[in-house]
Design a protein around this ligand. Structure first.
Ligand SMILES: C[S@@+](CC[C@H](N)C(=O)[O-])C[C@H]1O[C@@H](n2cnc3c(N)ncnc32)[C@H](O)[C@@H]1O
Length: 342
């Protein structure tokens, strides 16, 4: 075998052995590429964005953790690497970049292409409800469709002037709690998580958004350490991925705190069901419970066919979020207590 062929053959064996869910992406392994050489060819921001899009598509990256397409990710990573604002005008995309700047962008691209590391963990930043959040691998990357109904102040179900206390259960980075604090400027918000590591990230975001006076962070396994008070809104994006779905997740999800933030037992309902059983004890008379269950929606409906879950119809995409009123929770207490998970 010729020397060159031997190298390619070795690469193939390596990829077949180690690629796992990632498939055969050998051609685009940027470790093999000389970043300096690429930086000589790619001179402008526009060049780098175009190259990034091609490489992301060829590497079959997953785009479900914030940025919806290869184009969005390439633009975002370029702007972030160059400390440019997200609304940086395309008029300047043909400006020549210094070699160091190009290498910095290529370094970001390399982590995305080679490791499948999600962009938010490369930049330590994620956007939710038009707000910027610090994130690292201690928390899930914010992406809940609930941002849309938070901004609308849940107006289909509750009047904003009635909302004094909000609880965000399973808060992670505190993105939902903080978005709620912006939407309801006079409300007190409590945010809880079982993970002290996640709460350390939430603490950074609380400080960055100047919400120390209005946002309390509570370490709690579901309701176990939640104060004995009544909330007008309890909102949650809990873990809800079923065992089967956990097996199917793309490589990007390996970077998230999966066993704690994603996995929720055989049917994906291990956290949601106890939440339904207990939430009523913490809601005000006209309060509401808003919960994302994603793809576990059919399993929940099958388990509790008699419960009138209101499934939110999102204008900007997303599914699997239900709303129940305090009265509905009370009326179905026996049903919640009766059901047993596998
Ligand atoms: C899907 S992540 C959501 C994080 C955040 N709400 C968001 O939308 O980005 C679920 C979070 O629930 C937390 N969690 C898991 N089990 C929990 C439990 N029993 N009680 C409280 N929090 C829990 C995890 O630590 C994780 O931060």
């Amino acid at each position: 075998m010729e020397a060159g062929m031997e190298v390619i053959f070795d690469m193939l064996i390596h990829v077949r052995t180690h690629s796992g869910r990632r498939g055969l992406n050998i051609v685009y392994n940027t470790a093999m590429l000389d970043k300096r050489e690429i930086a000589n060819d790619l001179v402008t921001l526009r060049d780098l964005i175009r190259w990034g899009i091609s490489q992301f598509n060829a590497a079959e990256l997953s785009f479900v953790q914030g940025m919806p397409t290869a184009i969005d990710e390439a633009v975002y990573l370029c702007l972030s690497a160059l400390h440019l604002p997200p609304d940086f005008s395309v008029e300047y995309f043909d400006c020549v970049l210094t070699v160091d700047e190009r290498l910095h962008v290529l370094n970001f691209f390399q982590q995305r292409i080679e490791d499948h590391k999600p962009s938010a963990y490369i930049t330590n930043e994620a956007w939710f409800s038009g707000l910027s959040f610090y994130v690292d691998q201690r928390v899930l990357i914010p992406r809940s469709p609930m941002a849309e109904i938070i901004q609308q102040q849940f107006s289909l179900w509750i009047s904003a002037d009635q909302v004094n206390n909000i609880l965000d259960l399973c808060t992670g980075s505190a993105c939902i709690a903080i978005a709620c604090a912006y939407a309801f400027e006079d409300a007190q918000v409590d945010a809880s998580d079982v993970s002290s590591e996640a709460l350390a990230v939430a603490e950074i975001n609380r400080k960055n958004h100047g919400l120390e006076d209005r946002l309390a962070l509570i370490e709690s396994d579901l309701f176990s350490s939640i104060p004995d008070k009544r909330y007008d809104i309890i909102i949650s994006n809990p873990p809800y991925v079923s065992s089967h779905e956990m097996q199917q997740l793309p490589a990007e999800f390996d970077f998230e705190p999966g066993s704690l933030a994603l996995a929720a037992g055989e049917a994906g309902l291990d956290i949601v069901l106890p939440m339904l059983q207990q939430a009523g004890d913490y809601l005000s008379d006209d309060g509401i419970l808003v919960v994302e269950v994603g793809y576990s929606k059919p399993a929940l409906e099958k388990l509790l066919p008699e419960v009138p879950f209101f499934w939110v119809d999102f204008e900007f995409g997303g599914d699997g979020v239900f709303v129940l009123t305090a009265k509905q929770l009370e009326a179905h207490q026996d049903d919640f207590r009766r059901v047993k998970l596998l």
